[in-house]
Design a protein around this ligand. Structure first.
Ligand code: TXE
Length: 475
């Protein structure tokens, strides 16, 4: 039985609010309920975060904050299996994925920012002056203040902690609002925070929906100084309008329609294996997943046949997170089946057990659609990839760079000059060559165009969550 879903405000747990159902994506059955935060509770959370800014937290040194982040990481590790259970219960993702990616990455998020913080060098300048005695210029980094962290349902703990860790590292206070579909691991994180000896109000957690609910009330709140958000591009625009009057800074990691380029000189077996991972990991419900692949014509048929065979043989994958999301994905497949060709999948798997009530979609490989087709242009966010041929490098780049998104891309080639020529020419925030989702947490992470604003990772996050101030001292 799952732990009760509760808010965490001002250092105390609170179960108040109109309950909303939680559903098991594997079987489609009700798995519990969670309280929706009232506007008053959101106000209380922001007030607690505001008060904590001027309390003992303000005098914590970077070393003390780094030790806190390690304590939180220790707390997650100490309850590792509970976190895995909660993540799988909410998302339906395979246990192997939650236990090797989601939960370890949450621990790494806290530890990497703790280490980065204490190792962060500050620059100063000896400035010459006419009298020859000079001046000293140095930078002071101050927290932004109260940060709203709003996270999605696909990598609930990973994406929540990817923002909370640097926000706390830089001395901010946080009001976090996880997706209403996947509150479980955020609740466990609040329990870890409650035992991590941080002042009340430094970390707060409220549950509920987005529009006309906790999410919107948080972003519209005059006491919120900045918003860090991962989710749909349209939601990003809505949040941007909510903060526009206050000119509050935003960090957005949004949608994507990531392309893969497979050149004839690639190691084809490696490209197929890599694309099976990049298209079908977490059943395509990862912002970095590949949804369209352009293959150099001489190897198109061989690649398409191998990828389709691989998709048909895939087992151990998970369902879509909700019935609504499953219906969204199937809607695209219906249009694609009418306008193109299905090489693998395209429907709903039948298990002959209670999983037949869940939100399942078969790993699907499509081809033959025009580039302006919705299934090729819009983010499906499911186990669906479309293949199309190309003849020249220029054509491949034009195909990959078309469309409203620019988050990530993969390039498969055996030609090192081509790799270094093509990758930087892609209009994305992240390009992988002959691999996928190989991550160094210090690198810039984020998208261009409709895929986001700003970068997370390493100093990029520490810079977003702090205000640099210049001090000049006349010597
Ligand atoms: O996103 P939403 P969802 C894409 C993907 C998916 C679609 C919907 O295409 O199909 O987004 O997913 C909160 N003010 N990605 O529903 O609606 C909401 O409660 C403030 C890609 O998760 O953007 C949740 O906590 N908050 C993405 C969070 O925003 C609002 C990963 C995300 O919800 C709000 C996830 C509002 N007006 C989905 N409306 C990626 N790039 O990884 C909603 N929320």
């Amino acid at each position: 039985m799952r732990s009760p879903v509760r808010h965490y405000v001002g250092g105390g747990f609170d179960g108040s609010g109109v309950p909303f159902p939680l559903v098991d994506p594997v079987r489609g059955t009700t798995a519990g309920e969670a309280p929706a935060a009232s506007r008053e509770l959101v106000d209380r959370a922001v007030d607690a975060a505001r008060a904590a800014l001027s309390g003992p937290w303000a005098s914590w040194s970077p070393a003390e904050r780094a030790r806190l982040l390690h304590r939180i990481a220790d707390g997650i590790e100490a309850r590792f299996e509970e976190f895995v259970d909660a993540e799988c219960a909410d998302t339906g993702k395979p246990r192997e994925l939650a236990s090797t990616v989601d939960i370890p990455r949450a621990v790494a998020n806290f530890r990497s920012y703790a280490d980065l913080l204490v190792g962060r060098a500050e620059r100063s300048w000896n400035t010459p002056t006419p009298d020859g005695r000079g001046a000293l210029n140095y930078t002071v980094h101050k927290p932004l203040g109260v940060v709203a962290v709003i996270s999605p349902w696909n990598l609930p703990l990973l994406l929540l902690t990817w923002k909370v860790a640097p926000a706390l590292a830089t001395g901010n206070t946080v009001v976090a609002k996880p997706s209403e579909l996947t509150p479980g691991t955020a609740c466990l994180l609040a329990e870890v925070m409650a035992g991590a000896e941080l002042p009340p109000g430094v970390f707060n957690l409220v549950h509920g929906g987005g529009g006309d609910a906790a999410g919107q009330w948080l972003t519209e709140h005059p006491g919120v100084d900045a918003v860090a958000f991962t989710g749909e591009s349209r939601t990003g625009s809505t949040i941007m309008r909510a903060v526009a009057g206050r000119l509050a800074p935003v960090s957005f990691e949004l949608g994507g329609k990531n392309a893969g380029l497979v050149f004839a000189d690639a190691d084809l077996e490696r490209a197929v294996e890599g694309t099976l991972r990049s298209a079908f990991t977490h059943s395509g419900q990862v912002c970095l997943c590949t949804e369209r692949v352009y293959v150099e014509r001489p190897v198109f048929d061989a690649f398409a046949e191998a990828l389709a065979a691989g998709a048909r043989e895939l087992t151990g994958y998970g369902p879509m997170v909700s019935a609504a999301h499953r219906d969204k994905v199937l809607g695209y497949l219906g249009k694609a089946a009418a306008d193109g060709r299905i090489l693998a999948g395209g429907g709903v798997p039948r298990f002959g057990d209670d999983r037949d009530g869940g939100f399942w979609v078969e790993p699907t490989v499509l081809t033959g659609l025009p580039e302006d087709h919705p299934a090729v242009r819009e983010e499906i966010f499911g186990p669906v990839v479309h293949l199309a041929p190309f003849d020249t490098e220029e054509e491949a780049l034009a195909l990959a760079n078309a469309g409203p998104y620019g988050l990530a891309a993969t390039v498969w080639t055996g030609d090192v000059s081509r790799a270094h020529r093509v990758a930087p020419a892609l209009d994305v925030g992240i390009a992988w060559v002959n691999t996928w989702n190989l991550r160094d947490l210090r690198t810039p992470f984020g998208g261009v165009k409709a895929s986001g604003i700003g970068r997370e990772g390493g100093d990029h996050s520490l810079d977003f969550f702090s205000e640099p101030m210049n001090v000049c001292v006349k010597l």
